[in-house]
Design a protein around this ligand. Structure first.
Ligand code: BGC
Length: 756
């Protein structure tokens, strides 16, 4: 279909009518031209299609569907293929249900573990989030349904999410908050992007031309449409010229009228309206031309898939005395309400109306040797002595006690943030008391974001299950009994306590202003730089087998920043059971003129190994793996120097390391002023050439204490004289030259240096 031609046939009124929804989920049709209404729906780990009674808060019912592992869990798989499968499953459901776009994946960076919506987001690490979200996107879009990657950008909190201004510097946006979006747009070719509610540096994302046009379209080549988060529009007219194509939900026509009036009054260019309409129609036509409502949406098959995938997401955090896996001959006490009624998804717009839910006890109820006690209630935080007594009784009689605990719904949800990282008292008390009567206590956690674990030393094993979707019980049973070897890795750092977290001092800001003071030091980038003790580091996870690494090789010891470096490493399964390993490659800049993290994840891969088997894993990394965002170039830049290439089992455990020297091919233009200090100039040989006459003129002396007078020697050491000289701005030379040098002469030299 020739979209431009179609748009040229529309009246202004028709065009404006397409700029916002008809209702909560549908766009308007233009019957005269045969343009139908299109429907979108929430996701992203399942389908939330509201046949009737629309709302964006998950209040009204939606059709029965399948809840796959949420992003919190999916990220822990460190498995692109798994995320692709989630995307495909949701894509099939969308095709079946005639939905053009599924509103996800949600890929905001986990700035603080307090964010109520972290269960929907992937990681504190932009590379991991970008890779997994891109896989999800490719999977979903392979079914000819669009994603809506959200929430662009810097939507790091739920409280005041619609009014707060995220005050973030350019480098931090580029290095932390943008890359996942960039990846999904550039490589995933996302059909649509959803702008965030919040403002960034004072400007609403829904009317930010730098965000929606310069960065998204001009730099990243986005060719889809931008949709507002539901109700994110502040000034629709500004939004149209800034590149916000579609407003959702319906504004009841009032904003469309405003846009029309602005065009008529000459304050808005009709071309901007045309561009929005073209973007929307281009994407919806892509869906329409490939619509396959006959697509089979096999709920049973997807339920099975949900269980299989959830097991691959679980992270074994502790396994003392190899208390896991359980043996079928052992007497096991299963304790906890979540073992019978699991928590496997979060509240709000992503809430799925599940056609079936499988709990751990559904899986184990027929196993002889397994007993069950509820242990706690989710409705009350206070310990219930009757429930605890029953739990202690079954625990004392068993070889091992498995407590299924975590966060109840009320503790984390879209719409508000947590204020602490604690689990309910009734659960922590239960764990403590059960561990007293059973030395083989195992804790399984169902939670969307990190919790403090004061009970950790008391228990033998911990499995972090995150929010694993509706078949989480099957997955848990398979992990506990070793039918699946745990292979998840933490996609976020688990801090010891809230006060240790990177933005503890400023999270959520003051009023409607939230300053991102921690800058690029988010997640492990912060903890590792500060050497702060953590509960478990980013990337951490155990297995029932063990892996050995050897033979790290680089294709070269010296490259230019335009080259690709090939990194290979051999991994061996040195244990006795089959298992999957996540191989993690980090890069660290050894010396840099800007603040940089100790190391950053730049590649990862998941491999499966039979006992005794060795595989070679090969990665290719390019400029971006070494670069930081240079705010003077407004571009990625690699400083010439040595970099560490590290193969790690988590962000702070280096297994193998090599060094590569990277030569920059980009000259950062000099930009000295008369206020530049000597230390900065000395680093530049060209500058020193121009300044040599001054230096030789002895204006600074030799930099060495002459030693003539003892008194002077005591007052001014050589180090001090040197330091003072280094910290002097050029202009001060004029003051010290006794008139030999003027300010103008210095300015001339500066110009000469700058002009090369
Ligand atoms: C959420 C989005 C969601 C939309 C529609 C908003 O409140 O932030 O993630 O897609 O509602 O339900």
């Amino acid at each position: 279909m020739d979209i431009k031609q179609l748009v040229s046939q529309m009246t202004l009124e028709e065009k404006c009518s397409l700029l916002s929804g008809a209702d909560f989920w549908r766009t308007r049709p233009v019957e005269r031209l045969g343009i139908p209404a299109f429907m979108v729906s929430d996701g992203p780990h399942g389908l939330r299609k509201q046949a009737e009674g629309g709302d964006h808060l998950g209040i009204n019912d939606s059709i029965k569907a399948v809840c796959l592992p949420t992003a919190s869990a999916a990220a822990a798989s460190f498995d692109r293929d798994l995320c692709r499968q989630i995307g495909e499953a949701v894509g099939d459901a969308c095709q079946h249900e005639k939905l053009a776009v599924n509103l996800g994946p949600a890929i905001n960076i986990k700035r603080s573990p307090l964010c109520g919506r972290n269960f929907e987001y992937y990681s504190e690490d932009p590379y991991l989030a970008g890779e997994l979200a891109t896989a999800h996107t490719k999977g979903l879009q392979s079914r000819n349904v669009g994603v809506s990657v959200k929430h662009f950008a810097a939507n790091s909190q739920e409280n005041r999410r619609m009014s707060t201004s995220a005050e973030v510097d350019e480098r931090t946006l580029r290095e932390i908050y943008f890359p996942a979006f960039e990846k999904v747009v550039r490589d995933g070719k996302a059909w649509t992007v959803m702008c965030s509610y919040n403002r960034i540096n004072g400007v609403y994302s829904s009317e930010n031309p730098w965000l929606l046009k310069t960065v998204l379209r001009d730099e990243w080549g986005f060719d889809g449409y931008v949709v507002s988060d539901w109700g994110a529009v502040n000034d629709r007219v500004k939004g149209v010229s800034a590149g916000l194509d579609l407003e959702m939900p319906s504004s009841g026509g009032s904003n469309d009228r405003r846009v029309m009036e602005a065009v008529k009054a000459g304050t808005l260019d009709e071309k901007d309206v045309d561009a929005c309409v073209e973007n929307i129609l281009r994407i919806h036509t892509r869906y329409l031309e490939n619509a396959k409502p006959e697509t089979v949406w096999d709920l049973d098959a997807q339920h099975e898939l949900a269980g299989k995938l959830a097991a691959e997401c679980m992270v074994l955090l502790k396994n003392e005395d190899r208390v896991l896996p359980l043996k079928e001959t052992e007497k096991v006490a299963v304790i906890g309400k979540f073992a019978a009624v699991p928590r496997f998804q979060g509240g709000g717009s992503s809430h799925i109306n599940c056609f079936r839910i499988t709990s751990l006890m559904d899986e184990l109820k027929d196993c002889s040797g397994v007993t069950y006690a509820q242990g706690y209630d989710t409705a009350d935080e206070q310990p219930d002595e009757t429930l605890i007594a029953e739990a202690l009784r079954v625990a004392a009689e068993a070889d091992k006690a498995v407590i299924v605990a975590g966060l109840p719904d009320s503790f984390e949800s879209e719409g508000y943030d947590r204020t602490h990282l604690r689990m309910p008292l009734c659960q922590t008390e239960l764990i403590r008391r059960v561990a007293e009567v059973n030395p083989n206590t195992i804790v399984v956690l169902y939670n969307g974001s990190p919790v403090e674990m004061p009970w950790l030393p008391l228990v033998k094993a911990v499995v972090e299950g995150y929010l694993g979707g509706q078949a989480v019980g099957t997955a848990t049973a398979n992990i506990l009994y070793g039918k699946v070897n745990p292979c998840g890795r933490l996609p976020e750092t688990l801090p010891v306590k809230l006060e240790d977290t990177p933005c503890f001092l400023s999270y959520e800001g003051e009023g409607d202003t939230g300053v991102y003071n921690e800058g690029i030091f988010v997640g492990y980038r912060y903890y590792d730089k500060k050497k702060t003790d953590v509960l478990f580091p980013f990337g951490y996870g155990l297995s029932y087998t063990k892996f050995e690494y050897s033979n790290l090789r680089l294709s070269s010891k010296e490259i230019r920043d335009t080259d690709i470096l090939t990194v290979s490493v051999d991994v061996t399964n040195a244990g006795s059971v089959k298992g999957k390993e996540v191989v993690q490659l980090y890069v660290g800049d050894i010396e840099s003129s800007v603040f940089r993290p100790v190391r950053e994840l730049k590649e990862f891969g998941k491999i499966e190994l039979e006992p005794g088997e060795t595989k070679t894993v090969t990665f290719e990394i390019g400029k971006r793996a070494f670069a930081y965002w240079n705010t003077r170039l407004h571009d990625w830049h690699v400083e010439t120097g040595d970099f560490r290439i590290e193969i790690c089992s988590d962000s702070r455990t280096v297994l193998l390391s090599e060094t590569v020297r990277v030569e920059s091919t980009v000259q950062v233009p000099a930009h000295y002023t008369v206020n530049s200090i000597m230390a900065d100039l000395i680093a530049n040989p060209k500058a020193m050439e121009i300044l040599r006459p001054i230096m030789q003129g002895g204006l600074f002396g030799s930099g060495e204490n002459s030693g003539d007078s003892d008194a002077a020697g005591e007052a001014i050491s050589d180090e001090m004289a040197k330091a003072m000289m280094m910290n002097m701005p050029l202009r001060s030379i004029a003051s010290f030259s006794g008139g030999a040098l003027t300010y103008d002469m210095i300015q001339k030299m500066v110009d000469q240096i700058n002009n090369g």
